[in-house]
Design a protein around this ligand. Structure first.
Ligand SMILES: NC(=O)c1ccc[n+]([C@@H]2O[C@H](COP(=O)([O-])OP(=O)(O)OC[C@H]3O[C@@H](n4cnc5c(N)ncnc54)[C@H](OP(=O)(O)O)[C@@H]3O)[C@@H](O)[C@H]2O)c1
Length: 311
């Protein structure tokens, strides 16, 4: 048995609860891990609200929250290649096992070894935000010297995009609220405070010729406002708003799988992909961790440390 945190039915934060659950049994293609660190993502509260049923694995309630983790392999299901008991790993829990728990199952094809020299805390942030940042920039495919706007630069994905883009030789302008200025500028971005100034006018003043690409992490009216700042509508990509096609842009196609996790880990080791971890909460404080992200104004990545000393 181990402690887990999740929800007893679909709903708001009031349906969240701590409970004990037996260690899950890894099915074919799954690995059981002892969770060291779990990453917190907006997707977690969307799953709790029942808004993305295709991703919750259809498991019985109570369900465990969390989509990504780093930890240590305790057992292998059938048909698992390339991993062994005792390996330090990180990856996705894509079949609804959840990661805010002492033990969980990850899908083996979406699990990779944590390379020596990379912390479990950083590794736990790579499956969602880290690989999304890589995918967004790869799909823009801009050359060194190009200029991009990162709409929503202060969050988990935004700061990773900014740092990665700067490392690729891009000029970066990022939007966010005042509290994000310092981290955005530390990442090498020029900053536009959307709460204090007219975002479109301020961004246009910085880059009058128009942006070579826009990575949108906010969506909605904000996306629609900034999209015309791109020189070509096709160079607007969004990871959060599927309706981006209505402004001529593209939704970022996600590349999952072990190879892409390994690639992200190498970039992290090389100091090219640098997740900014703003808060580390113990499992007992998971409600505060998710509340910080659900608020919509998180800074960088928030993580939940579950059993780091034993992983
Ligand atoms: N497709 C995928 O696989 C995938 C993967 C990862 C994330 N996502 C999605 O991408 C989005 C961002 O994820 P995340 O993990 O980076 O979220 P996050 O860590 O919660 O950050 C969101 C950021 O947006 C900022 N923001 C909110 N309104 C804004 C506005 N009008 N203009 C500029 N910035 C604004 C927030 O802070 P301030 O307002 O204080 O600046 C916050 O820093 C979410 O919708 C998430 O679901 C999708």
């Amino acid at each position: 048995m181990g402690q887990a945190w999740g929800f007893g039915k679909y709903g708001g934060p009031e349906v969240q609860e701590f409970f004990e659950r037996p260690d899950p049994v890894p099915g074919p293609g799954e690995v059981l891990i002892r969770v060291g660190v779990a990453g917190v993502n907006p997707l977690d509260h969307l799953l709790r609200a029942g808004l993305v049923p295709g991703l919750d694995g259809g498991r019985p309630f109570p369900r465990v929250l969390g989509m990504e983790a780093a930890g240590t392999v305790l057992a292998l299901g059938e048909d698992v290649d390339g991993l062994q008991v005792g390996d330090a790993v990180f990856g996705f829990a894509l079949t609804g096992g959840g990661t805010y728990a002492e033990t969980t199952v990850l899908t083996a094809v979406n699990t990779a070894r944590v390379p020596a020299g990379l912390s479990a805390t950083v590794a736990a942030t790579l499956p969602v935000a880290g690989t999304t940042a890589v995918d967004a920039l790869d799909q823009l495919g801009l050359p060194s010297g190009a200029t991009i706007l990162v709409n929503g630069v202060g969050g988990g994905v935004g700061l990773a995009v900014a740092r990665l883009a700067v490392a690729r030789g891009l000029r970066v302008v990022g939007t966010g609220s005042a509290a994000k200025r310092e981290q955005a500028e530390a990442a090498g971005a020029q900053f536009v405070d959307y709460a204090a100034e007219d975002v479109v006018a301020a961004a246009r003043a910085l880059v009058p010729e128009g942006f070579d690409g826009i990575v949108d992490l906010v969506g909605g009216a904000s996306l629609r406002a900034v999209a015309p700042l791109a020189r070509e509508p096709g160079t607007v990509v969004s990871v959060g708003d599927q309706s981006v096609g209505e402004v001529g842009g593209r939704f970022v196609e996600r590349r999952l799988g072990r190879e892409n996790l390994e690639h992200a880990a190498r970039l992290a080791l090389d100091g090219v992909l640098v997740p900014v971890i703003s808060a580390v909460h113990p499992l007992s404080d998971a409600p505060a961790a998710l509340a910080a992200v659900e608020d919509g104004h998180a800074a960088g990545k928030v993580v939940v440390e579950v059993g780091l000393s034993r992983s």
